[in-house]
Design a protein around this ligand. Structure first.
Ligand code: TNX
Length: 494
């Protein structure tokens, strides 16, 4: 099956009312997104690597206002004259916000910034049906500035090409962060300057006792650049002080007992911690944060902090505070899992909420007393590693099954009692990989729940019927792009 073609835009006029024309060079991202529309069949059929294919696989009709899925004259397909396309930067629009006005003769796009133009193009792709686009106009802006997708490459490793496909999907659905969970008990997945054993000894294993793998620093650079071209920022996570068995295999001197360790295969959590105060630990932390800060293009480093079941609360919090100082000294901002609420953290730290099983009063307290903000990843809505239904072959069930509806029908602010709405800055879908081994496994868990979650992140009005209709249509794009997805029986797939 080949993907439907769109007419190539005859010209692209970029108008920046506040600045010197032309601004083509500042709209590189838009140009990148538009370029594949030129009907070059080889690119269009090459799966999600082409911008058009990723666009066609893209998100839901989340626009407030007119409904591109609805009635309205369809634009004529390929053979007839292409429309004039006008793109205008309009600084009065919100960051990442945009307005689209589409009719057969002219496509008019206004965006608050380049990212907004890029998101608008994704929306335009969403409106494509069988080679035509309905006449519509809409205006949209994201409800949450932080919209992330997390992939666990530690329990099972996924190569660069697989992560690129995940970035394609994330950007098509207008997410703007990719959180890479790069270390855990089973494996250390990122080359670190000056600490070769982390990857030489800590990477050759996975949760099944398989071969593992890791990203070189060049791989990491490439992934970040690939993501940024699609307006997605990579947030790397090195998990500390727990989930550190692989680091202890590489450098046993950071273990509480200093004893050598064999690689760990399995899916238990909470059993490992580095020695909290030893000079060896802090020398390693220093090297890891220095390398990560130097190699990371974005502002945030995620340093974990979850599930330290062997530690006392006070010693844990002291460790997290010292970690905050190291990250600040290296000029980066800090992201941590919710357990770290209660520590004195640097201004701007992000705390990531994931479970109601841990006292959430600490989160409200942190919101009251510190300059911290919150990203919502409640496991019963946003953990896309959880099974769709109890009998689903992939995934875990500790948070209960997460249906499409569970991923769709929730409000991030409601999940964080006592935290003011303005402190809730983001939503993140988390894909842990204890049971996920291939790209097909990842996409099976993401599709169709990721598009549902995207609607939460954009704050679109909820409409279950419209969601179901859109997903059914997207299934065709996913098929065409060779993406394996879950044919959930609640959707009337075409
Ligand atoms: C909890 S979420 C974890 C992970 C597991 C995940 C599985 C969090 C901060 N820790 O270590 O992989 O559940 O769903």
């Amino acid at each position: 099956m080949t993907l439907p073609l769109l007419p190539a835009p005859r010209h692209l006029t970029v108008i920046d009312p506040g600045g010197p024309p032309p601004r083509r060079e500042t709209l590189d991202a838009l140009a990148l997104a538009l370029a594949p529309w030129a009907p070059r069949a080889s690119r269009l059929t090459s799966g999600l690597t082409s911008g058009l294919a990723s666009g066609l696989a893209s998100g839901l009709a989340s626009q407030r206002g007119a409904e591109p899925d609805g009635a309205g004259a369809a634009l004529p397909p390929v053979a007839s004259a292409p429309p004039a396309v006008t793109a205008t930067l309009d600084p009065t629009l919100a960051s990442e916000g945009y307005e689209l006005s589409i009719d057969p003769a002219a496509w008019d796009l206004r965006a608050g910034d380049e990212a907004g133009a890029y998101r608008a193009v994704q929306t335009l792709h969403q409106a494509v049906r069988d080679g035509s686009v309905p006449t519509f106009s809409c205006s949209d802006a994201p409800a949450y500035p932080v919209r992330g997708v997390m992939i666990d490459v530690a329990r099972h490793f996924f190569p660069v090409a697989s992560i690129e496909r995940i970035i394609d999907l994330a950007s098509a659905y207008r997410f703007n962060e990719l959180h890479l969970h790069l270390s855990d008990d089973q494996g250390w997945r990122l080359e670190i300057a000056g600490r070769p054993l982390l990857t030489a000894l800590g990477a050759s294993n996975d949760a099944d006792g398989g071969a593992g793998g890791f990203f070189t620093r060049d791989d990491y650079r490439h992934l970040q650049e690939y993501a940024l071209e699609r307006h997605v920022v990579v947030v790397p996570e090195i998990d500390l002080p727990g989930h550190t068995h692989a680091a202890q295999v590489a450098y046993p001197e950071v273990s509480p007992d200093g004893a050598p360790r064999e690689p760990y295969a399995g899916i238990e959590v909470g059993f490992s911690s580095v020695h909290l105060t030893s000079p060896a630990t802090w020398a390693l932390v220093e090297d890891v944060v220095a390398s990560l800060a130097r190699d990371t293009l974005g502002d945030y480093l995620h340093l974990g902090g979850d599930e330290t079941l062997t530690l006392g609360r006070a010693e844990y919090l002291t460790f997290m505070e010292r970690l905050g100082e190291v990250v600040a000294r290296h000029g980066k901002k800090l992201a941590l899992w919710q357990e770290a609420a209660g520590a004195a953290l640097p201004a701007g730290t992000r705390l990531q909420y994931w479970t109601w099983e841990i006292e959430t009063a600490h989160l409200a307290e942190a919101a009251r007393t510190q300059d911290v903000r919150f990203v919502a990843s409640p496991a019963n809505h946003a953990y896309l590693d959880q099974k769709y239904t109890d009998d689903f072959p992939l995934g875990l069930t500790w948070a209960g099954a997460v249906s499409i509806r569970d991923a769709y029908a929730w409000d991030p602010v409601d999940e964080l009692p006592g935290v003011p709405a303005e402190a809730v800055v983001g939503v993140e879908a988390c894909l842990w990989s204890e049971t996920l081994r291939t790209l097909d496994d990842l996409t099976t868990m993401l599709l169709p729940r990721l598009p549902a979650l995207a609607e939460v992140a954009w704050g679109s009005p909820k409409n279950v019927d419209r969601l179901a209709a859109s997903l059914a249509r997207h299934g065709r794009w996913w098929d065409a792009a060779g993406l394996v997805f879950h044919r959930d029986p609640s959707i009337g797939w075409h």
